[in-house]
Design a protein. Structure first.
Length: 643
């Protein structure tokens, strides 16, 4: 039986920034209390851990008590920031202890909330205060409350907006051409439903696992919109969260344009370029600002965003703010993957499983006029019911393939069955090996790495190096430790005979793969971009080579590179937005906050042909049983009470 328990994504280990923020809030409050200090520290920690807010209901009681004991809350705070009531003769801001015999207020969420509301630094929704506490006892940093509210309002507004600028008869003809009608007994063609939704509404969220046809569907949508627009070309933008994901989107769209039976003129109207969301919005170097926002919206009529699960709350809110009212937004993504590195699980909150395949009567009537029968209608459906569709049929993997079966079992939380499937050896595209101890890892990995990177190391031309680099990748949940990517990259350099080949004592050598870890807008290199160190075909010196926007390659001196790291091995988080023919995942025990179902599923679905897992059996089963829930009010805002 699967363990479908959900773990709140918050660590109780407070860092120095959390403690400093708590002290700052208490000084603003003119002294504060132990409960205020703890709440401020924990909301800082929760946001850093990926939650949008601190759910007092989830942490009140034992968890809060444990955090308080571990934090060793100070009795008073130095008066470093502003005047306030001072403890007699100490020159310090004194806490109002507010301790009753029954215990601290944090023992009960309701009492804790009432205690926090005594302070002016804790406001109600809509008030201007550093912290915001809503009626459900969710505590926010003010800007995250604002991001969440603005995003929810804009998503709902778009979901309700029906585009009148299309010809219904032309829409039916286009749908029939691109999505030929199926037999009624086969159920709805969800790609056709998604296309109808994207044409008729200002918001369409097309979710689905790998290979379910999200990109193919959106290319057909763009072709259909182009046809319906007549002689006037549409202004279309393609974007993704990272440079690597944008490159993959560009490649997938280009392939779909060539594969689909589109008129040459129609295909030419579909853009061949894709950018990062930051580049699309016009990130200002040295600033957190963007050139495009509500006062200067993007000049596009259609914006497509791939890998939407990777987009955090602040970035998604700013993207929605920058869209013109008449612009269509199409989000593509897999809601079961790891959420964004920064705060929020936006796609997961948008794709509410309880409302999948449920539509309003108005939407059902509109779809019927386009030859689509929607299965279930809800009289008082939330607006997003008519804006979200999930594609289910994988066209990449056969239903009986090992990768398809493994990812399905993992997604359902069936860790023991997934482990048994891999151990049985009945599928050539999946494999399991018990994790060797650190002392024996190098010997066992040497042969596997040599095999996986053989074609890459044989390539001479930089373009060929970049192309072959995606044939294999070593993944780990961790950065540090004997199974972390830092140690694994060192091990790979030695195993592949690359250690000691550095040019003139520099950190660069031929065939060193690079992962950019910080944006550099001037160089047009972004976090997640992958390149290689190689010698140019004309005998130029060693340079760093990256894919170019025109489909070729470009190079620059390694001395100009922004922060980067070697990437024979990479973390599962960093692998999001990438695909590899074959991958090897190391899954050691430890760090339950990292080893989760979403992490295992994300790793497995990076593979196109084969996935191997070398792991600790107990750690694998525990990870698959462990889901992470990030605290947020977005789902409730979008779907109503209990959402």
């Amino acid at each position: 039986m699967a363990d479908n328990g959900v773990r709140e994504a918050i660590s109780l280990e407070l860092g120095s920034l959390d403690r400093a923020f708590a002290g700052f809030v208490c000084r603003l409050a003119g002294g504060g209390s132990r409960s205020l200090w703890l709440a401020a520290a924990l909301v800082s920690r929760a946001t850093a851990d990926g939650s949008v807010c601190l759910d007092l209901q989830a942490v009140a009681g034992e968890a809060a008590e444990a955090a308080a004991r571990q934090a060793a809350i100070p009795d008073s705070l130095p008066d470093n920031s502003r005047p306030g009531p001072e403890a007699q003769g100490t020159g310090q801001l004194a806490f109002d202890w507010n301790v009753a015999k029954k215990g601290e207020p944090w023992q009960d969420a309701g009492e804790w909330g009432e205690e926090l509301r005594r302070f002016a630094v804790v406001g109600t929704p809509g008030e201007t205060a550093p912290l915001v506490l809503d009626r459900s006892n969710r505590l926010y940093l003010h800007r995250y409350w604002r991001y969440e509210k603005e995003l929810a309002d804009r998503l709902q507004e778009r979901a309700l907006t029906v585009h009148p600028d299309f010809d219904p008869a032309g829409l039916c003809r286009g749908l029939d051409l691109l999505f030929p009608p199926q037999r009624p007994d086969t159920g709805p063609d969800w790609q056709r439903v998604a296309a109808w939704m994207a044409v008729t509404r200002s918001l369409a969220v097309i979710a689905g696992g790998p290979g379910t046809g999200k990109t193919t569907t959106v290319v057909k949508v763009l072709a259909l919109l182009s046809e319906l627009s007549g002689d006037r070309p549409l202004r279309i933008a393609l974007a993704a969260p990272t440079g690597k994901a944008a490159g993959r989107l560009k490649e997938a769209v280009s392939q779909a344009r060539e594969r689909l039976p589109l008129a040459a003129e129609t295909a030419a109207r579909i853009p061949a370029e894709a950018s990062t969301i930051h580049r699309l919005l016009g990130a200002v170097p040295g600033s957190v600002s963007f050139r495009h926002h509500g006062g200067n919206p993007l000049p596009f009529e259609v914006v497509v965003v791939d890998e939407a699960s990777m987009v955090d709350l602040p970035l998604m809110a700013r993207l929605l703010d920058a869209l013109a009212p008449e612009c269509r937004l199409i989000l593509l993504g897999d809601r079961d993957q790891l959420a964004s590195v920064e705060a929020g699980a936006v796609l997961g909150d948008i794709c509410h499983p309880a409302f999948l395949e449920r539509f309003s009567p108005e939407a059902a009537a509109s779809a019927a006029s386009a030859g689509i029968t929607l299965p279930v209608t809800v009289a008082a459906a939330p607006p997003l019911c008519d804006a979200v569709v999930t594609l289910k049929t994988s066209h990449r993997f056969a239903a009986a393939s090992g990768i398809a079966a493994l990812s399905r079992l993992v997604n359902e939380g069936e860790g023991e069955a997934a482990l048994e499937l891999m151990r049985a050896g009945g599928h050539g595209d999946i494999g399991w090996r018990d994790l060797p101890p650190p002392a024996g890892l190098a010997a066992l990995l040497k042969e596997r790495l040599a095999e996986g990177y053989c074609d890459y190391l044989a390539a001479v031309d930089p373009a060929a190096c970049l192309e072959r680099l995606s044939a294999f990748r070593l993944l780990s949940p961790f950065r540090q430790g004997p199974y972390g990517v830092a140690a694994l990259n060192t091990l790979a350099e030695r195993a592949l005979g690359l250690a000691g080949r550095h040019v003139a004592g520099s950190p660069w050598y031929g065939h060193r793969p690079l992962l950019v870890t910080r944006n550099d807008h001037q160089l047009r290199l972004f976090n997640g971009d992958i390149g290689v160190i190689a010698t140019g075909p004309a005998g130029e010196g060693v340079a760093a080579w990256f894919p170019a926007p025109d489909g070729g390659v470009r190079h620059l001196s390694p001395l100009r590179l922004p922060p980067h790291e070697t990437v024979f091995a990479m973390t599962v988080h960093k692998s999001q937005g990438s695909e590899f023919d074959t991958l090897l995942l190391l899954l050691p025990p430890g760090a339950p906050e990292l080893l989760t179902r979403e992490l295992v599923y994300t790793a497995i679905t990076r593979a196109k042909r084969r996935v191997e897992i070398w792991g600790d059996p107990a750690a694998f089963i525990a990870a698959v049983s462990r889901r992470v829930s990030r605290s947020s009010g977005l789902r409730e805002r979008l779907w109503g009470e209990g959402g």
